[in-house]
Design a protein around this ligand. Structure first.
Ligand SMILES: *[C@@H]1O[C@H](CO)[C@@H](O)[C@H](O)[C@H]1NC(C)=O
Ligand SMILES: *[C@@H]1O[C@H](CO)[C@@H](O)[C@H](O)[C@H]1NC(C)=O
Ligand SMILES: *[C@@H]1O[C@H](CO)[C@@H](O)[C@H](O)[C@H]1NC(C)=O
Ligand SMILES: *[C@@H]1O[C@H](CO)[C@@H](O)[C@H](O)[C@H]1NC(C)=O
Length: 918
């Protein structure tokens, strides 16, 4: 305590004006988790020395097969849609990705990348629809949904020839070989079939359309590299006992019908040197393979495995069987298959979603978002990609040192008989004395090294550090699990729970009544009560009254006289209180839809709609809604100007900022509404600009101000950052809210709004506002940028009162104002993420540390990024470079001085009183 007070005093004296992060804090206080997102088996290429994936989050990545770290990754959100994409190998050193572009689904983006380095070899954009089939045989052959078949040069991507499907054919796939190109289509009245093109010229090799099947459904293809294996297979709708297979390489296509052992749910084909292997999953969930050899146009069953509960996959001539604790490999085709190798691997307990294998290793995808790489030599690694799919986040405070022990003991002492309590207490102190030397050593060590923020070394402990820098970030994922990350240990996993609400989808996670209790709420009414320190599930329950077809949309918390109520709000407009009890007083809340905001009052178990705010025209659409953090505190109700007069802040706690865009006119608008009464407090329209309406408007509400941003092309191209400062009145020293609490029900004047716009050079993807413990520290706006960075924009600079086109007067300088500069934030010092490449972040949450000066910042989306900021400098913390030795010496010298001069002075005073000295 003394140390802290002393530190505070000294820092206030010696504080130098430094901003942001100290160089020695980079990589120490901040951390970054690079993710790739969920993997789909059809877009993962596994080979002995590489793993290439194009994830559901539009990340093209190459993973190190040795340890699973990302060798390189490209975030292709702007150019490639995962659902309409094909990832294949171009040659031994490059991979090829063809995908529909998101902005215009009629255009295909196709690009080749060096697998080791991630360098682009070539790329090209093709009009004519999304890619439906891609085949590599030397050059690249692509079929697009618009009916075009193209051959592109293997080395440059330039077009060699182009072929358009005749009238009446719809594209299915393209299969290329060295000799010819098979174009597989469906013809209106004929059915599924193919014709061949000349590889060199792209012209029809034979003009007959060969019909393979009259009425096929669910066609699945096999295309393998190296040799011709143009096999297609399909099933008849409703028929799950036979599979039809055609070999298009035969002069006249031979169509075979095979009958698997049992009825099947799904199947896939793989080619071998002698025929094909069908991997089948039965209706009962068990899997097996059947091998067929093909000779003289016939398919003959040569072997089958026994149906097993384990997941099976075929890779390069081998069969892999993955069970809970091991992975076994077999040679394909032999009837009495015996495992050649069995490797023990501890897989997560979560169910397996897919297995995809190369000749020596498999990637096993689990339902909880974990991907395990396991080679037959026993080498494994795991990537947990569930943290790339976060629904809801909560930053949980940890216990203070010794909190738990002493509380119990103190309670005992309070309730026990006096003598017993006394003995207990003496014992407790005696025991505590044992740790005194250790404490003293630690104290001096910390004092000399300046390491006050030293965190518990034991990563297993749930104890906070002195300054509250250590918290658990609890993430709820779309994969149905929770993850707790330790802020102080580089984001290390503190605990995890999977499948917390079975057969439900997590909607939100909110803190409960006790500090370490969390509520997890699911869309279908599942509720889990979790201990946030350990991840232990305390209870699970279900909201019984959820109606048929109804769904929980969000979780709302109400605070009624210090009691917190948590309620689930459903799509049918009902509130279900989780803890059973309901607020005694009426509570107000509002809900935003695409085109309106509606206000409600909850009173005596009834929900009464009170107001509705609709947008000016129907082409407007709400993109974001923000309100002030209810825990944000205000320490001063006014803003003191240079001449000591005061502008009083408009501190309406119910301000709702609603941002909307108009897709028709490419404009944006902002409305400030009173959340309780629905009264419109302020509105602003940005009509004469070309707003990027797809990106929307991002908005945050601070203390008495609102900051919002949008990208527009006019008048200057860039992200426009608008700040609105709200005051009670434009007249200084006038305050109508004097002596009364703010109430939305009394008729109050509209706020006086002062606005200013700033230009920011990069696209901003989200905004957040920092909150310190007591609200004394100034606030920063945190912005995530599409340049894979996280930036801080001090509110001090985003000030509506900065003088425009002139230097500030002395009074304005005293107020801390600097000359207006429209270009804000173009300053490297404001980039919090420094060298980290933080891609795909969509949200930021801030949480105060115990120190007033410090705020913890956590951004998530795809990557995770954590740091801490000190918006008003670290005024209550000594810098690491502070010279404590000198301070100690000075204090020591002063003490010595006082010790020696003290008696002298006393003697002198005594002598004066006795009159023996003048
Ligand atoms: C993973 O392996 C690569 C190459 O072997 C190495 O460069 C990298 O440092 C490793 N990463 C980790 C986190 O061990
Ligand atoms: C398809 O037919 C060709 C030519 O008859 C033959 O070489 C090939 O092995 C067959 N493929 C399969 C998988 O049956
Ligand atoms: C944390 O707990 C795990 C498992 O109980 C143990 O293996 C590990 O050694 C512990 N770590 C420390 C630093 O005590
Ligand atoms: C304002 O609210 C606080 C807390 O609810 C209360 O203690 C105080 O008396 C109120 N003041 C007035 C003037 O109503």
């Amino acid at each position: 305590m003394h140390v802290r007070a002393l530190s505070l005093l000294l820092t206030l004296v010696f504080a130098t004006l430094v901003r942001g992060l100290f160089a020695d804090e980079a990589f120490v206080v901040d951390w970054h988790v690079a993710s790739i997102g969920s993997i789909d088996r059809s877009r993962a290429i596994l080979s002995p020395d590489s793993v290439a994936v194009f994830s559901e989050s539009s990340v093209l990545a190459s993973l190190d097969p040795g340890n699973g770290t990302v060798r390189w990754r490209h975030f292709l959100r702007e150019s490639a849609v995962p659902r309409h994409s094909h990832l294949t190998r171009l040659d031994s050193s490059a991979i090829l990705l063809a995908a529909a572009t998101p902005a215009d689904a009629g255009v295909t983006h196709i690009a080749a990348w060096v697998e080791d380095t991630g360098y682009l070899v070539w790329e090209t954009y093709l009009a004519g629809g999304a890619p439906v089939g891609v085949s590599v045989a030397g050059d690249v052959y692509i079929m697009q949904s618009g009916g075009k078949v193209r051959r592109l040069s293997h080395s440059t991507g330039s077009e060699v020839w182009e072929y358009s499907l005749p009238e009446g054919h719809s594209p299915v796939d393209v299969v290329a070989s060295k000799r010819n190109v098979l174009v597989i289509t469906r013809k209106q009245d004929k059915g599924l079939g193919y014709f061949t093109l000349n590889t060199e010229s792209g012209e029809l090799a034979s003009d007959s359309f060969v019909v393979v099947d009259k009425n096929p459904a669910a066609v699945s293809f096999l295309k393998s590299e190296g040799y011709v294996a143009d096999v297609i297979a399909w099933t008849v709708p409703g028929q799950t006992s036979t599979i039809t297979i055609a070999n298009l390489s035969d002069a006249t296509p031979s169509v075979h019908t095979i009958t698997p052992k049992h009825q099947y749910a799904s199947f896939s084909l793989t080619s071998t040197s002698t025929g094909i292997v069908v991997t089948i999953t039965g209706l009962d969930g068990k899997s097996w393979t059947e091998s067929y050899s093909s000779s003289r146009g016939k398919l003959t069953l040569v072997g089958a495995t026994d149906p097993t509960e384990s997941a099976i996959a075929v890779g390069d001539g081998r069969l892999f069987e993955v069970s809970k604790g091991s992975i076994s490999s077999f040679t394909l085709g032999s009837a009495d298959a015996k495992a050649e190798s069995i490797t023990e691997v501890s897989f997560p307990s979560s169910p397996i979603e897919f297995v995809t294998c190369s000749s020596s290793a498999c990637i096993v995808g689990h339902k909880n978002g974990e991907y395990v790489f396991a080679s037959i030599t026993g080498h494994t690694w795991t990537r947990d990609e569930s943290v790339a799919n976060v629904v809801s986040v909560f930053l949980m405070e940890l216990e203070e040192e010794g909190e738990r022990i002493s509380l119990g003991e103190v309670l005992f002492e309070e309730n026990a008989a006096p003598l017993q309590a006394y003995i207990h207490r003496v014992k407790r102190h005696w025991n505590a004395l044992a740790s005194l030397p250790q404490y003293l050593i630690g104290f001096f060590h910390r004092f000399l090294s300046g390491d006050y923020d030293a965190v518990p070394i034991d990563t297993n402990s749930t104890v906070s550090d002195t300054f509250g820098f250590r918290k658990f970030i609890v993430l709820a994922t779309t994969k149905g699990g929770l993850r707790a990350l330790d802020t102080a240990h580089g984001g290390a996993l503190a605990w995890k729970v999977d499948d917390i609400l079975p057969s439900d989808v997590i909607v939100g996670i909110v803190p409960g009544d006790a500090k370490d209790k969390l509520y997890v709420v699911g869309a279908f009414g599942g509720v889990a009560h979790v201990n946030g320190m350990t991840g232990k599930i305390i209870t699970t329950s279900k909201i019984a009254e959820i109606g048929l077809g109804d769904k929980v949309e969000s979780v709302i918390t109400f605070n009624d006289d210090g009691v917190q109520y948590i309620a689930a709000w459903t799509a049918h407009g009902r509130l279900h209180f989780l803890s059973g009890s309901t607020p005694s007083k009426p509570v107000y809340f509002s809900k935003a839809t695409e085109d309106a905001i509606a206000g409600y009052i909850y009173k005596e178990d009834q929900i009464i709609p009170t107001w509705k705010f609709t947008l000016p025209t129907s082409s407007y659409r709400i993109t974001s809604v923000a309100s002030r953090d209810p825990d944000d505190k205000t320490v001063s109700v006014g803003r003191v100007l240079g001449d000591r007069s005061v502008l009083y802040k408009y501190l309406n706690p119910h301000i709702l900022a609603v941002a909307a865009v108009d897709d028709a006119t490419k404009s944006a608008a902002l409305f400030l509404i009173d959340d309780v009464t629905g009264r419109l407090l302020y509105s602003s329209f940005h009509d004469d600009e070309v707003v990027d309406t797809a990106a929307g408007v991002k908005v945050v509400v601070g203390e008495h101000w609102v900051v919002y941003s949008y990208w527009s092309e006019l008048a200057t191209r860039g992200e426009k950052l608008v700040v609105l400062d709200l005051y009670e009145s434009d007249i200084r020293n006038v305050r109508w809210s004097e002596g009364r609490n703010f109430s939305s029900f009394t008729e109050t004047p509209l706020p006086f709004v002062q606005g200013q716009a700033y230009l920011f050079p990069e696209h901003i993807t989200s905004l957040a506002v920092s909150r310190s413990r007591f609200g004394i520290t100034s606030r920063d706006v945190i912005a995530t940028l599409d340049t894979a960075q996280v930036a801080v924009l001090p509110k001090r600079l985003l000030d509506a009162r900065r003088p425009v086109n002139r230097d500030p007067t002395n009074e304005e300088k005293e107020e801390g104002l600097v000359k207006y500069d429209p270009l804000s934030g173009n300053d490297k010092r404001f980039i919090l993420s420094h060298v980290y490449n933080v891609i795909g972040t969509e949200k930021t949450v801030c949480s105060p540390a115990n120190l007033e000066s410090t705020v913890l910042v956590f951004s998530y989306g795809l990557d995770l990024f954590f740091t801490r900021i000190t918006p008003s400098q670290p005024f209550d913390l000594l810098s690491k470079s502070f010279n404590k030795g000198q301070l100690l010496l000075t204090i020591f010298a002063l003490l010595v001085g006082v010790r020696f001069t003290g008696p002298m002075v006393r003697r002198k005073q005594l002598n004066i009183r006795w009159g023996t000295q003048k």
